[in-house]
Ligand binder design. Structure first.
Ligand SMILES: Cc1ncc(C[n+]2csc(CCOP(=O)(O)OP(=O)(O)O)c2C)c(N)n1
Ligand SMILES: [Mg+2]
Length: 339
């Protein structure tokens, strides 16, 4: 978990540097090697690793617009993910999706810039696993700003009524762009939403990777044992602006300083030291993470841009390809009439 956390943090530090190239002095969002928006997840790593370290490649994960930490913890191919962020042809989506639309079928990972959008597909993946009699589970990550979205609430209901093996993980970083949480809800503990759907709801109110790991172990175990869905909310902290270039004029210095002071990576480091891991071992993990990140970025920057002629390829599924007519290659489980 520590290795993934430092990899994610280092990765985003390096992306920041690359992103700013050519965009200043007047912030030009379309300039530089990474055009478009960039949402960084520094301060949220504990939620991603604590959950994803219970998962297998065959389990499905969906993430929102702030996806890098989750993708890294799920084992998404770092080189091809980086090439995607740099808009290169060998990227996960042939360079056409960018950083909010990473898709890696090898480890069943997808994300979307539309908030709460990952909830219905995660419920769908869980339904598929159930019907195929497989023990795979699905996890949907979303921000606390998305928990009043219909797609999220409908997915909770659907997952509960069909006892689906899915976990909904809310990363509560207190902000939805410039909107503080207390201005949009009177319910401080978002996991209480679960009560309305008769499913277990759990909140981890400190961004401690070990505490998240323990809570997620129960939730993922419940799903894998076919005992239904769970809603898990984790308190995290947004160390950065909503996106790169956000001047955060709406945020008090005290709020930002409080977020910076609570670093879940330092917390885990302290815990590892207490348990006998020495500095040399921690340094080795960090150096390995740095090397992995550098390798991915330098590889990505050498990759070709997509041919402009290919802009319209892969936009629609072609029914003539047979995809829509294909027979399922698995046995459907017996289901009761009302399912
Ligand atoms: C359906 C939809 N509405 C609005 C937006 C614009 N939008 C992008 S991020 C965001 C706030 C998300 O806040 P939260 O879910 O807490 O995630 P965070 O950015 O804090 O990680 C909004 C409203 C969107 N992407 N999708
Ligand atoms: Mg938020």
């Amino acid at each position: 978990m520590y290795a993934d956390m430092v990899t994610a943090r280092r990765y985003e530090e390096r992306l920041q540097e690359e992103y700013l190239e050519g965009k200043q002095p007047a912030f030009d969002i379309s300039a530089g090697p990474i055009p478009g928006e960039l949402h960084l997840a520094a301060g949220q790593e504990a939620a991603a690793v604590g959950v994803c370290h219970h998962l297998r490649p065959s389990d499905t994960v969906t993430a929102p617009h702030r996806p890098h930490h989750v993708a890294i913890a799920k084992g998404v191919d770092l080189k091809r993910m980086t090439a995607e962020i740099f808009g290169r042809e060998t990227g996960l989506g042939k360079g056409k999706g960018g950083h909010m639309h990473l898709f890696d079928p090898d480890v069943n990972f997808a994300c979307s810039g539309i908030i709460a959008q990952g909830c219905p597909p995660a419920a769908g993946a869980a339904l598929a696993a159930k019907k195929r009699n497989e023990d795979a589970v699905a996890v949907a990550f979303l921000g606390e700003g998305a928990i009043d979205q219909g797609g999220f609430l409908e997915s909770l209901n659907f997952a509960s009524v069909h006892d689906l093996p899915v976990v909904f993980v809310v990363e509560d970083n207190d902000w939805a762009i410039s909107m503080p949480k207390e201005r949009v809800t009177d319910v401080e503990d978002g996991s209480k939403r679960a009560d309305g759907f008769d499913m277990p709801g759990v909140r981890v109110d400190v961004d401690d990777a070990v505490a998240v790991y323990e809570a997620a172990g129960e939730a993922v175990g419940r799903a894998r044992d076919r005992n239904g869905p769970t809603l898990l909310e984790v308190q995290v902290h947004r160390r950065m602006g909503h996106f790169m270039g956000d001047p955060q004029t709406y945020r008090s210095d005290a709020d930002e300083e409080a977020a910076l002071a609570r670093d879940s990576i330092e917390r885990l480091e302290r815990e590892l030291r207490d348990r006998g891991v020495d500095d040399a071992e921690l340094d080795e993990v960090r150096e390995h993470a740095e090397a992995r990140v550098e390798e991915a970025i330098s590889w990505a920057k050498e990759q070709p841009h997509p041919d402009p002629e290919a802009a319209h390829d892969d936009v629609f599924v072609n029914p003539a390809s047979g995809v829509t007519d294909s027979e399922p290659d698995f046995e459907l489980a017996e289901v009761s009439g009302d399912e």
